[in-house]
Design a protein around this ligand. Structure first.
Ligand code: MSP
Length: 510
């Protein structure tokens, strides 16, 4: 057997200036779904997430909280880890930019850039937005603010510069020869026109504050927080030890999934830094959209930040995970509303999937002595029905590989709809007296269909899928995509557990 294919995927690392919210949960959830899918599909996955803990924004937030930066970042980073646990994320590593391993990586990359004469000393005078941690040219400002609406301040300080201007042509060539590097395509066009409009050298060190990684051998300068932060993707796989097996296995990264607001850093600065240091750029950057809250932009000043924890408490974890992935085509903006989540819970989950599982398992429990029935002889239609469910995997795989996560669920729910129609058409409850052998066949076919569907839904709703597979008595070590075949089909006579509803309807209590 050939060695499993490696796949390295990352989330952005989150600023520890504030409490985690739905936007943070969303980016990591998307990665988690992809990571789980790929593991089940036999890949050797490395999934990295973490926190971005340096820079002026974090320093200011610590001061505003009346804390020293160190204890402050320890505390807030802890909240992000807790969120990851509450969301059942399956990352393999959680990186913090205040860790020694990361400082070493940032120093090594800096020295590499310096050795290749990509960095020079000068003076920065221009606009800076602390909220965005970004430099803006005069002509980018809109009504004296950053194009993002953030406040800007005038900065004049000694600074090291990265020769970004020299990378305009190589970047354009790179986008040309790697058409899948930036997704979705609309974002790709945006980036290309930005680069075509000309690139200025980029300030990569700051001297007006100290909370950061110091520039090697140049006291007084700290490394620009974006250069520091982007390097985390290398740190996570052992850089600067490039001979280390992990690095050679996983670099270049297969995908960095980010929000649309931080695409420029990932699709322009990051490949330029890497090419300049003689390191291959990542294979793909996917920029997802933003959530609004009941139609309104989410912001602290509006006081409408969505904390995922109360949502999980109210609706349950898997319904929240399902809603976030199913509701909005990945890459597009979306609106969060309680009505929308309840609609998905009661429709897709309770009525469609939950009802299918509940009625089939209850009939087996009641009419087949709580054991998987004998399949007997399948009709051609039965075989075709199962073959169609079997075909879902390859369709879902194509959707996942282009990060159309919502589409993977649409593909699966099409099968759930067909399974429900099969139940109605075959009416096994009428067969009990009329033709008990046929009833067994129908219930066997349906149990097998549910096994497939539950295995395929694991990446999005791992907890609920486990409950269903446990109820079906599907062996724990036979739940990967390699077990989606007749060789691993349910064994007649195996006892099933008493079925318990997995997707309750949401009834408003207020
Ligand atoms: N620290 C940088 C990333 C450095 S990566 C080398 C950063 N952090 S962040 O905490 O501000 O944002 C992290 C992610 O959360 C981004 O991908 C951003 O798009 C996402 N979201 C923040 N608010 C969001 C919504 N309202 N909706 C969807 N995602 C949003 O940027």
């Amino acid at each position: 057997m050939s060695a499993p294919k490696p796949f390295y995927l990352t989330t952005p690392i989150y600023y520890v200036n504030d409490a985690p919210h739905i936007g943070h949960a969303y980016t990591t959830l998307a990665c988690d779904v992809l990571a789980r899918f790929l593991r089940l599909d036999g890949y050797y996955v490395k999934f990295l997430t973490g926190t971005d803990e340096h820079g002026q924004k974090v320093e200011k937030s610590a001061a505003a909280a009346g804390e020293e930066p160190r204890p402050f970042v320890d505390r807030v980073s802890g909240n992000f880890r807790e969120l990851a646990d509450s969301m059942n994320f399956s990352h393999d590593d959680f990186i913090r930019t205040t860790e020694v391993r990361h400082q070493e990586a940032a120093w090594a990359l800096w020295k590499e850039l310096e050795a290749k004469e990509q960095i020079y000393l000068g003076t920065y005078s221009g606009w800076y937005s602390v909220r965005d941690e970004a430099f803006y040219a005069e002509n980018e400002l809109v009504d004296d603010k950053a194009p993002t609406g953030a406040d800007v301040e005038w900065v004049e300080e000694p600074s090291y510069f990265f020769r970004l201007s020299e990378w305009q042509a190589p970047l354009l060539e790179f986008y040309e020869t790697n058409p899948n590097f930036i997704a979705p395509p609309s974002r790709r066009n945006e980036v290309i026109s930005f680069v075509k409009s000309g690139l200025l050298d980029l300030s990569v060190s700051r001297t007006s504050f100290t909370w950061g990684i110091s520039v090697p051998d140049h006291a007084g300068h700290v490394i620009y927080v974006w250069l520091d932060a982007l390097t985390n993707y290398l740190t996570g796989i052992g850089y600067p030890d490039t001979k280390f097996e992990e690095f050679s296995t996983f670099w270049p990264a297969d995908i960095h999934i980010v929000g649309k607001d931080i695409l420029r850093f990932h699709a322009v600065y990051w490949p330029a830094f890497l090419m300049a240091a003689g390191i291959m750029p990542p294979k793909r950057i996917f920029a997802h959209g933003w959530w609004t809250n009941e139609g309104q932009k989410i912001s602290k000043s509006l006081g409408n930040i969505i904390d995922p924890l109360p949502l999980i408490k109210k609706y349950g974890l898997d319904p929240v995970r399902f809603f976030l992935i199913r509701e909005v085509p990945f890459g597009k903006d979306g609106d969060f509303s309680h009505q929308a989540i309840v609609h998905r819970m009661n429709g897709d989950l309770a009525n469609d999937f939950g009802n299918l599982v509940q009625r089939v398992l209850s009939m087996i429990h009641r009419n087949c002595e709580a054991a998987i029935p004998e399949p007997g002889k399948l009709t051609e239609a039965d075989t075709a029905f199962l073959a169609n469910i079997d075909a879902a995997l390859s369709e879902m795989r194509s959707a996942m590989m282009e990060q159309a996560f919502h589409k993977a669920l649409v593909i699966l729910w099409k099968r759930i709809g067909e399974a429900n129609r099969y139940v109605d058409a075959e009416a096994p409850w009428e067969l009990k007296k009329k033709d008990p052998a046929r009833m067994c066949t129908v219930l066997y076919v349906l149990a097998e269909a549910i096994r497939y569907i539950a295995i395929l839904v694991q990446p999005v709703m791992p907890g609920s899928a486990k409950k269903i597979l446990d109820q079906l008595a599907a062996p724990e070590d036979e739940r990967s995509f390699a077990h989606l075949n007749s060789e691993h089909s349910l064994k007649p006579g195996a006892s099933i557990l008493k079925p318990e509803g997995v997707f309750p309807r949401y009834e408003a209590v207020d």
